[in-house]
Design a protein around this ligand. Structure first.
Ligand code: FIX
Ligand code: ZN
Length: 417
């Protein structure tokens, strides 16, 4: 066999890198908001610096009590984070590097501009223009918000109504319903959907009407929940009973996928607030049982623990009603993205969605997608190179087709049912 020349393989790699860098992507899970939500859509240098990933890292160094930090206003908190993570130490963590990539892609140099001048630069932008700039630079053709009817800041905006930005899609987030039923039941009773917290036919009926009203109101594209490592299915918990009697029938009726995110241990250190959540290994038998027992439902899943990723891939090989996506939160670091992306290509071919951003601050889509695209491109180029060594050269058109599929196409097809 004649081995392919190094220069031909280098051309292939360069072509893959170019296509992955430039293909418009769907960002299928973020915590961003439609600009109509006003100040709920975060952006700018202070929000970049007080991102909870960075707050957790800053407290590795900060001597002050947690409560003293939280009493400060946002710019003062940002000053402390900047000093601890960028001035007193080199910013080598992924979240710190992310701030620098973001500023760099926006044309800013934080070595030459101090925080006050960066603040002035951001203050010169109007939100709609900045949204356009960030989505354009990150080549995002659409993104999914995380929309919780239980969120007191968000709910009134939906109730009042507004003109939707067509790039911002809704995902109906229902954690309280499934993991804190007594609290959720009290809200549902207050809103007139149920009479009592008893898990009976009337409550199930009311909870389904609640989901139906909200799915219609926000035009939800999928329903989503994050779950603790202790999640089991089936069992005799309220969670299982509500999944079976409320969520799954509702999803079937509305043709919506149900997205599960197992593995988060909420408030491991409550004093850290949003930064205080941890990770635990999940028992994926729960997901296996869900997929097996409910073939008429479609499930999206991303799992927080690195140790669960291999079995998650194997599960997706067994159930075509399961679509796995993204490298979530603590797995969204180059080492693990690389590993997970390889696992997924090698076990699933192209039938998964390699990444979502989970951005909480608009500007973060720049770094999250820049860093991820580079890894996806390098792993994919390696896979095509392996094929080339057998004599199978992918064409430019085939690469474009595959990358479009990976960066949102496969997700769209899965959601369409
Ligand atoms: O539950 C989630 O959707 C998580 O992504 C968040 O709770 C978490 O705070 C986060 O921002 C992770 O990236
Ligand atoms: Zn999230």
């Amino acid at each position: 066999m004649i081995l392919p020349s190094d220069s031909r393989l280098a051309d292939l790699t360069a072509r893959v890198e170019r296509i992955v860098a430039n293909t418009p992507a769907l960002d299928i899970h973020t915590h961003l908001y439609d600009p109509a939500f006003g100040s709920l859509l975060l952006w700018g240098i202070d929000d970049l610096l007080v991102y909870h990933y960075l707050v957790a890292e800053a407290f590795r160094h900060l001597p002050l009590p947690y409560e003293d930090f939280w009493r400060l206003d946002k710019p003062a908190q940002a000053d402390l984070v900047w000093d601890a993570l960028f001035v007193r130490h080199s910013p080598v963590s992924e979240a710190c590097r992310g701030v620098l990539t973001t500023l760099h892609l926006l044309g800013l140099d934080p070595r030459r501009n101090d925080l006050p001048s960066l603040r002035r630069w951001f203050a010169g932008w109007k939100t709609p223009d900045f949204v356009h700039r960030c989505l354009d630079l990150a080549r995002i053709r659409g993104l999914w918000m995380t929309n919780s009817p239980f969120d007191d800041d968000e709910r009134p905006v939906w109730e009042q109504g507004f003109t939707r930005d067509p790039r911002f899609h809704a995902a109906l987030r229902i954690d309280p319903l499934l993991v804190a039923w007594p609290d959720a039941a009290a809200r549902l009773a207050q809103w007139g959907y149920i009479q009592s917290p008893d898990l009976n036919a009337a409550s199930f009926d009311g909870a389904r009407r609640f989901l139906a009203d909200w799915a219609r109101r926000i035009s939800a594209r999928y329903v989503m929940v994050s779950l603790p490592p202790s999640f089991r299915y089936p069992d005799d918990s309220p969670t299982t009973r509500l999944i079976d009697a409320v969520v799954l029938p509702f999803c079937r009726e509305f043709g919506l996928p149900f997205a599960l995110m197992p593995g988060v241990k909420r408030a491991v250190n409550p004093a850290l607030r949003l930064a205080g959540d941890g990770v635990g290994r999940s028992d994926l038998a729960a997901l296996e049982n869900l997929c097996a027992a409910n073939p008429a439902n479609r499930f999206l899943a991303t799992v927080l623990s690195r140790e669960n990723q291999h079995e998650l891939c194997v599960l997706a090989r067994k159930f075509r009603n399961l679509h796995i996506f993204g490298c979530w939160w603590f797995t969204n670091i180059p080492l693990v993205i690389d590993e997970m992306t390889r696992l997924r290509f090698e076990l699933l071919g192209l039938s998964f969605t390699p990444q979502h951003s989970d951005a909480r601050v608009l500007d973060q889509v720049l770094y999250k997608w820049d860093h991820s695209r580079r890894i996806i491109a390098s792993v994919l180029a390696e896979k095509y190179t392996d094929l080339a060594r057998t004599g199978w050269w992918v064409t430019e058109e085939e690469i474009r087709r595959d990358v479009t599929h990976l960066l949102g196409g496969a997700f769209e097809t899965f959601c369409a049912g």
